[in-house]
Design a protein around this ligand. Structure first.
Ligand code: HEM
Length: 428
């Protein structure tokens, strides 16, 4: 997507600077003149929303860190101090905590959008894989951050999740226990653990930031996908990113911020767990340890498998399998809009993820375990059975000849390419 630059410096100084560091040219070509498919719907606004939330999390996090104390005797009280005494702490703390939830909500919508419209397919595999790395780094950051308030759920959640490494004892005796002790910096979750978790929780968002730069770079090389899954083939298929896509992004962001503000101002604790308002107590295990809502589907998969090592392998595979979906999906057509069978598989997959989320929040007992096993099977069946097989047996519905035709109808499309040539992955 990197054509000749249309940037024209507006003054002698701008030209002088551009000859030495063409950063204004880079911004102009990447975010103003960049050709954007004319048919993008609101699901394409979540990338911008995610960028906003990443920056907001870093800004609010840096302010919180000025008052937070990463010490096991003071961490819980320091969060209370932030909420009660620090200027605007009552606002900044929920902006960060509720922000994490909305960040995950946005990333899940972004990922499901990618799956529905086949945005992971050629030539966007690297863009997708970078996305999966971002997702992994987000999960690590979310988990580490949840430990910091040092409430009961923080402490016991950290204990349960770090203990998962002990399952490696089943592979090499002693290895898992050694890793857990090393992670903890002692023989239980304690002050050393809290210190390193704080340090890594501060570091990882900057790693995510770096990954996002690569992600957006890869996006600018491949160009944006769109609801038809067709490539841009003629000038009328695209519009300049600014003002068209940018104004849509801003509108969607404001709309997304309304429910976010509602949570921050009216129910800031609603997404958290009541037990996390009790200070961590290593002598009292909560009857029911659950992670934040955005980890629940993976938690359900973890508990669905009767063996500890098996559960860990299933949970890790449930995330890592995303890395290979560009090669699991055999369809020549990207968008589910034109995939009559796979479309239903997609919606069954969405239902499966929601069901796993529900089951992850339930106690680890029957009948929940049975259903978690059923939905774990369906989760993997989507990737390992539906993706390869449906792509082969399904007859896609007729594709429009061009993006323009999909918007303006047959008379609007100026392309003379045959319909079959319009789906791009055949270029592979
Ligand atoms: C901090 C998290 C993330 C940020 C800031 C981010 C940012 C962006 C932006 C700005 C775009 C272009 C606008 C759009 O299509 O919405 C984009 C596109 C994309 N992202 Fe992300 N992203 C993030 C996470 C992810 C994750 C976790 C995945 C997948 C696992 C992913 C996969 C994709 C794909 C496939 C596209 C291309 C979509 C298309 O053109 O159809 N992203 N991302």
């Amino acid at each position: 997507m990197s054509g000749p630059s249309s940037y024209k410096p507006q003054s002698a100084a701008a030209k002088w600077f551009d000859d030495r560091l063409p950063i204004a040219r880079l911004v102009h070509d990447s975010f103003i003149a960049f050709p954007t498919p004319r048919n993008l719907n609101y699901l394409w606004t979540f990338g911008g929303i995610l960028t906003f939330f990443l920056v907001a999390q870093i800004v609010t996090g840096v302010i919180l860190a000025m008052h937070y104390v990463p010490n096991e005797t003071m961490a819980f009280d320091s969060v209370q101090h932030i909420k009660r005494d620090v200027n605007y702490g009552w606002l900044i703390q929920p902006l960060h905590a509720v922000g994490a939830s909305f960040f995950f909500l946005a990333v899940y919508l972004h990922i499901f959008r990618g799956i529905y419209y086949g945005s992971y397919k050629a030539p966007r595999e690297v863009l997708w894989i970078l996305g999966v790395f971002i997702f992994l780094a987000m999960m690590a950051t979310g988990f580490l951050g949840y430990t910091l308030p040092w409430g009961q759920m923080s402490f016991w959640g950290a204990t349960v999740i770090t203990n998962l490494f002990s399952s490696l004892d089943g592979v090499i005796p002693g290895l898992g226990t050694a890793i857990v002790t090393w992670l903890w910096g002692g023989f239980s979750v304690g002050n050393a653990t809290l210190n390193r978790f704080f340090s890594l929780h501060y570091l990882l968002p900057f790693v995510i930031f770096g990954l996002v730069i690569l992600h957006v770079w890869a996006l600018h090389v491949a160009g944006q996908n769109n609801p038809t899954g067709l490539d841009i083939k003629q000038d009328s298929d695209a519009v300049p990113m600014s003002p068209y896509a940018v104004s849509k992004d801003v509108f969607a962001m404001v709309a997304f911020l309304i429910p976010f503000a509602y949570f921050v101002f009216f129910m800031p604790d609603w997404l958290g767990h009541a037990d996390n308002y009790i200070e961590a107590n290593p002598l009292s295990t909560p009857p029911h340890i659950v992670p934040e809502w955005y980890f629940l589907p993976f938690y359900a998969i973890l508990r669905a498998i009767p063996s500890k090592l098996g559960g860990v392998v299933a949970m890790v595979s449930a995330i890592l399998i995303l890395l290979v979906i560009p090669w699991l999906d055999t369809s020549r057509v990207r968008s589910c809009k034109y995939r009559p069978i796979f479309k239903w598989c997609f919606w069954a997959f969405v239902f499966t993820c929601l069901a796993l989320g529900y089951l992850g929040a339930m106690p680890a007992e029957q009948p929940y375990i049975f259903w978690a096993q059923v939905f774990t099977f369906l989760y993997f069946a989507f990737f390992l059975i539906a993706m390869p097989i449906v792509g082969i047996i399904e007859t896609p519905s007729r594709l429009p000849r061009s993006i323009t035709e999909s918007v303006l109808g047959k008379n609007g499309g100026g392309s003379s390419l045959p319909a079959g040539a319009a789906s791009a992955p055949e270029k592979r």
